[in-house]
Design a protein around this ligand. Structure first.
Ligand SMILES: [Zn+2]
Length: 154
């Protein structure tokens, strides 16, 4: 069983260190969990928004969104100093995320966005969410389910 961790609000320096970057801790955690489930994926995509994890055959793009930079409704707090600088910046990030989603949808891609706090709290549940989407997409396409049919979704 995954243990549930209550995530405290991010400190200023934690927030600053979480500019969208590659190989963040939650991203690694998700990748490792997906890999253990037998799922294989591509990294470092050049698709709109540069999704963190890509399943090419199913056309599923997965994003791991940092709670600060992508404006998580639970964890985003505008820093007290220079809130007038940060709030529009984060709003612009959110708007860009939506535009990227639309661009992906327009070219036939499916989008799955996970918050870093979801993954940190329960990586297995996050990975199962991705696996459930893949399973649905494979079924729709009449493709073999592969290792997905052995996953317990309960
Ligand atoms: Zn969050």
């Amino acid at each position: 069983m995954a243990k549930l961790i209550r995530k405290p609000p991010l400190s200023r320096s934690e927030q600053m260190s979480r500019i969208r970057s590659r190989d963040t801790l939650p991203e690694m955690l998700l990748r490792r969990t997906l890999w253990r489930m037998g799922l294989r994926y591509r990294l470092r995509s050049t698709l709109p928004g540069r999704p963190d994890i890509v399943f090419s055959s199913e056309k599923l793009a997965v994003f791991v969104d940092g709670c600060f930079w992508h404006g998580c409704p639970t964890h985003f707090r505008a820093p007290k100093t220079r809130a007038e600088y940060w709030s529009p910046k984060i709003d612009a990030n959110i708007a860009r995320d939506r535009r990227n989603d639309e661009a992906l949808h327009a070219s036939g891609w499916h989008v799955c966005r996970l918050w870093e706090h979801e993954i940190e709290t329960n990586p297995e549940a996050s990975a199962r969410k991705v696996a459930a989407l893949l399973l649905e997409l494979r079924r729709q396409a009449g493709a073999p389910e592969g290792p997905l049919e052995r996953i317990q979704f309960d």
